[in-house]
Ligand binder design. Structure first.
Ligand code: HAM
Length: 403
């Protein structure tokens, strides 16, 4: 038997119901906030992710599904959605058009990580990207969107917040952090030794317990922000407070992608095990320029759909539509005809197997139909359909022409 690849799941039955329910809720929220759908390819040039997510990140350094295609192009399956949306934004010259451009998307992402609960190699994200707005109000709006989506789904969360500074304050902070790292170089793990030269701030979210203990005394980003970043961060916290969004400051939250500046945030759940991040995002004001576009401020987030699956509270399943079946071989053609007619207005599930009434009623119940309609030899003779309303249990006989 051929099985699916490790870390790549099928989504069907109940999970599919949850999945599509999530997409429906998140899409409605995104549309209410004025965002438009965008679809970008699953496969992109590898250079796109190297330049945006960053060569020093684990995603690019260790986790890409990268290969040379038949035309000798170096390509890879997208590990995340932001880079592709920025590429499309620049390619379509929207950076030159000016104004605000707000997009949402959902789809599969691929990271060659070690699979475990909540960590897949093919997973799905719902994301939004907003271009053209430098005001920190937009950062707050991103956070409020995630909160809206999670609240509608009945999912509790903790919001972790940090500011990563910008080109004015980050270089100075980086220098003092490197000095701090050098002072304990012989004690830190191998990964951190490497990060010291590639991207020093990534040491702050090292998973090694011993490193974490040492970094407790490291200089903090939030204490080293320039006036602009500091004012924005204060303003962001105020807007969230005014809108009753609770947050925690996590000075070690640096995110695993290199394109962020200023606002960085993560939504975590305490009910899904060690892979607790259910959404993450932040501001990335330099990325459009970095991908050869005209300088454009931008901010966005992505929600990991699989991590929400067990947390989603579905609305009570209400019966709807028709189930239709034949109790006589001769009746199958007319049953097919009537199903086609009914489908113009109602969900209609058909069963081609000839069954007795009891079994049709059971099958209708199983697919959660509101009505069970059957035709047997008696109904054939009288040109009628027998229908039972499975909610109020009433029965009726209608003429075929009126069905
Ligand atoms: P990210 O934090 O890498 O951000 O991913 C967002 C979410 O995707 C995570 O919080 C998590 O729920 C889910 N996720 C990540 N990796 C896996 C995995 N291996 N298995 C299952 N779920 C996973 C980004 O991707 C950014 N592009 C977000 C963003 C958009 N920032 C600005 N705009």
């Amino acid at each position: 038997m051929i099985s699916s690849l490790r870390g790549m799941n099928d989504i069907l039955s109940d999970d599919y119901e949850r999945f599509t329910y999530f997409i429906e809720i998140a899409t409605n929220v995104a549309k209410r906030y004025g965002f438009h759908f965008i679809e970008t390819p699953l496969l992109e040039e590898t250079a796109l992710f190297k330049r945006s997510v960053g060569e020093s990140s684990d995603i690019v350094g260790k986790e890409m599904y990268q290969f040379i295609d038949k035309g000798e192009n170096d390509v890879c399956l997208r590990p995340e959605g932001t880079a592709g949306v920025v590429r499309a934004f620049v390619q379509k010259k929207l950076d030159r058009a000016g104004g605000l451009h707000r997009f949402f998307y959902h789809g599969a992402m691929f990271r060659y990580e070690r699979p475990q609960k909540g960590r897949l190699r093919q997973f799905h994200q719902f994301g939004v990207e907003s271009f053209g707005e430098a005001s920190v109000h937009e950062d707050a709006t991103m956070i409020m969107m995630v909160s809206d989506i999670l609240k509608t789904l009945g999912i509790g969360y903790r919001l972790q917040l940090n500011s990563l500074g910008d080109e004015n304050c980050m270089p100075q902070y980086r220098t003092s952090l490197i000095k701090f790292i050098e002072s304990m170089e012989d004690k830190i793990c191998e990964d951190c030794q490497r990060r010291k030269t590639t991207n020093p701030i990534r040491v702050l979210d090292c998973k090694n317990q011993a490193c974490q203990e040492m970094y407790k005394n490291a200089p903090k980003l939030v204490d080293n922000l320039c006036d602009g970043c500091s004012n924005d961060f204060t303003k962001l916290k105020k807007i969230l407070e005014n809108n009753e969004i609770l947050y925690e400051i996590d000075t070690n939250l640096v995110r695993g992608l290199d394109y962020y500046s200023k606002t960085a945030f993560e939504f975590v759940s305490d009910n899904i095990g060690s892979q607790s991040a259910i959404a993450g995002g932040g501001r990335y004001d330099k990325l459009v320029e970095f991908l050869d576009g005209r300088a454009t401020p931008a901010v966005g987030f992505a929600i990991g759909i699989e991590r929400l699956m067990e947390l989603i509270i579905m609305p009570e399943n209400t019966r709807n539509g028709y189930y239709i079946g034949a109790m006589d071989t001769e009746a199958i053609d007319i049953v097919v005809e009537l199903a086609q007619k009914k489908r113009k207005t109602e969900k209609t599930v058909i069963d081609y197997k000839v069954k007795n009434l009891q079994n049709h009623l059971k099958a209708a119940d199983k697919v959660n139909a509101k009505y069970c309609a059957v035709i047997g030899s008696h109904e054939m003779k009288n040109k009628t359909v027998w229908i039972k309303n499975l909610e109020d249990k009433t029965e009726q006989i209608v003429e075929v022409k009126n069905f």
